[in-house]
Write a protein that binds this ligand. Structure first.
Ligand code: GAR
Length: 198
């Protein structure tokens, strides 16, 4: 079994795709050990609770400095003992130590075809705003390993999505989720879990 921890900050639709994948068997050999959010109000935490998955909030707001938050976050991860950490809309700069301790065991979903529209400042709707502003005809999503850089780690899987006449950032975000993110993130986890079994 691949023990995974999913880190989230917001609505958690990618988390839901993972929960559904594990429940339906499209993600095989995988156990969701816990969900961690930096944001107490994240709907993703409710999604986890509804699915009976242990859900935790570790918020920078509850600590007097970044070092203390980083330590508490790392401690929670350690308790959950993940084989793989999945960043599913987790909008926090990771502690450097986390990348060292879990090297090649952290993956992220990014809502563009890396290396387009990625790096510092490109997250959530901003990615889609930038794609529309540039006038690209095709965008998509990428699952990649996480290293010290921002969106620079090895690419695992990508899927293209067409931009349509009249798209707004919100409409495009939804299409990229439906046609790419919710498909390739579960698929990447399944592939890693199957390789883990061997
Ligand atoms: C997703 O579109 C994800 O790709 C993006 O945040 C959204 C989270 O939605 N992540 C980034 O932009 C990371 N740079 P969700 O909470 O509904 O899964």
């Amino acid at each position: 079994m691949l023990n995974i921890v999913v880190c989230v900050s917001g609505g958690g639709t990618n988390l839901q795709a993972i929960i559904d994948g594990v429940e339906s068997g499209t993600i095989r050999n995988t156990n969701i050990a816990g969900v961690i959010s930096n944001n107490a109000g994240a709907y993703a935490l409710e999604r986890a609770q509804n699915a009976g998955i242990p859900a935790f909030c570790v918020s920078p707001k509850d600590f007097s400095n970044r070092r203390e938050f980083n330590e508490a976050f790392l401690k929670k991860l350690e308790e959950l003992n993940p084989d793989l950490i999945v960043l599913a809309g987790f909008l926090v700069i990771l502690p450097e130590k986390m990348i060292q301790v879990y090297r090649d065991r952290i993956i992220n979903i990014h809502p563009s075809l890396i290396p387009s529209f990625c790096g510092t400042g490109y997250y959530g709707l901003k990615v889609h705003e930038a794609a529309l502003q540039r006038g690209v005809k095709i965008t998509g999503a990428t699952v990649h390993y996480v290293d010290e850089g921002t969106d620079t780690g090895r690419i695992i899987m990508q899927k293209a999505v067409e931009i349509q006449e009249g798209d707004t950032p919100e409409i495009l975000q939804r299409r990229v989720m439906e046609q790419a993110e919710w498909i390739i993130l579960p698929k990447a986890i399944d592939e890693i879990a199957m390789a883990h079994q061997k």
